[in-house]
Design a protein around this ligand. Structure first.
Ligand SMILES: Cc1ncc(COP(=O)(O)O)c(C=O)c1O
Length: 395
């Protein structure tokens, strides 16, 4: 691999993956690993879902890509399928390639429509790898820290009388960009009352509400979309990751009114891979499979049981400090290392036992974002292994 630049910031832990199927990765020696991270949280249907693979094969042979002046019926049909999953029948979609692109499109659209330079985001929000949403320059973004909101003595009174709110430059803010709980992989869930109050306040001032559902969309949190847990009705929704199940397709969804205003205003966005028939075919099939296989309800059901089991372990093992999450987006926070406990060892032992889990040492986290088809038996085996490791920490 001397000619590949690895610059993600993550250590490469396995160099010989040769195949992936369902929830498993296989190495060159035939060993298999259960992928509790779904790649980079993308393969919601499992690796190589037969319906998606077949769709790619068929569509690639017909037409993958078109120029801006030409359309294919798949674009409309994929848009209808995505809008149906959002219960937004009058809305409109643009299909792009990556989550970062979808978020940046939404951010530029919000700025264009409101004419205001600043957008509000909550602390820990990860929005994009580049662009305005990636840089989060202070001239363009106001970031609200919300740790104090968790134990706020003012209770439900979340408004401009709050000292934290008085710091927010609402007159310059055109929109809220909210990411429902993935929180840059920390799996921290901002309080519902805070998010709702901010959204209301910004809307009252003609601002827009955008949600970044790149990670939390498509059933990940046990609802079709993470913003459902917050009772929001966003103007702009960014989708990615799970929408392609590993194939790079993303989407920006706009309400009817938002899309109409952008069109009237002559908003322009053109990139090579925009509304590509192949990406549209994949997105449409992924949404259909999620619906046909009832994976949203499955995510909710399995996630609730898993969460309860982890809570039970937390009561038993002091290093296991906190369990967080919704649906199949779960994280466990651990105490600092001690002579008898090392989080890195826990992670390594899980890997040696055939379980790939998310590992964020600086936040003391192990994370689980498996495909939504994950088997109950696979969850049970992971829990049993974790239990064994925590019961004999130095073995
Ligand atoms: C919430 C969120 N938004 C946007 C992105 C960017 O998506 P991509 O890496 O596909 O560009 C990510 C990626 O992890 C994400 O988690």
């Amino acid at each position: 691999m001397g000619h590949v630049l690895h610059c993600t910031g993550y250590d490469v832990t396995k160099t010989d993956i040769v195949r992936a199927e369902g929830c498993r990765l296989y190495d060159s020696r035939g060993r298999s690993f259960v992928d509790f991270e779904a790649g980079v949280w993308c393969t919601v249907l499992g690796h190589g879902h037969p319906r998606v693979t077949e769709m790619i094969r068929t569509q690639a042979a017909e037409v993958m890509h078109l120029g801006y002046r030409y359309t294919h019926e798949l674009m409309e049909s994929a848009a209808l399928e995505v809008l149906d999953s959002l219960a937004l029948p009058g809305g409109r979609c643009v299909f792009l390639s990556s989550g970062s692109e979808a978020v940046e499109f939404g951010v530029q659209a919000a700025r264009h429509l409101t004419g205001k330079p600043v957008l509000l985001a909550l602390a820990n929000t990860y929005l994009a790898a580049y662009g305005s949403a990636g840089r989060k320059h202070s001239a363009e973004w106001f970031t609200l820290t919300w740790d104090e909101c968790l134990n706020c003595p003012r209770g439900e009174a979340c408004d401009t009388d709050c000292p934290r709110w008085r710091e927010i430059p609402f007159d310059r803010i055109g929109g809220l960009v909210f990411e429902p709980g993935n929180s840059g992989g920390l799996v921290r869930l901002p309080p519902v009352k805070v998010v709702q109050a901010l959204a209301r306040h910004i809307r009252d001032r003609q601002g827009l509400v955008m949600v970044d559902e790149v990670t939390t969309g498509l059933g990940r949190t046990g609802a079709w979309y993470g913003f459902r847990h917050y009772g929001l009705d966003p103007d702009i929704i960014a989708l990615g990751k799970g929408l392609g199940n590993g194939y790079p397709v993303s989407a920006v969804v706009l309400t009817h009114e938002t899309a109409a205003r952008l069109e009237d205003d002559g908003f322009r966005w053109a990139q090579s891979h925009q509304n590509d028939p192949l990406g549209c075919a994949v997105a449409r099939e992924v949404v259909r499979v999620i619906r046909d296989e009832e994976l949203v309800a499955r995510s909710h059901r399995l996630g609730a049981r898993w969460w309860a089991e982890l809570q039970h372990m937390a009561a038993q093992y002091p290093p296991l400090r906190e369990v967080r999450g919704l649906g199949l987006m779960l994280a466990v926070e651990f105490a600092a290392d001690s002579p008898s406990f090392s989080l890195r060892d826990v992670y390594r032992q899980l890997l040696d036992a055939g379980f790939i889990v998310g590992y964020k040492p600086e936040a003391r986290l192990l994370r689980f974002y498996p495909p939504l088809i994950i088997g109950e038996g696979e969850i049970d085996r992971l829990l049993a292994e974790l239990d064994r490791i925590l019961a004999h920490p130095s073995s």
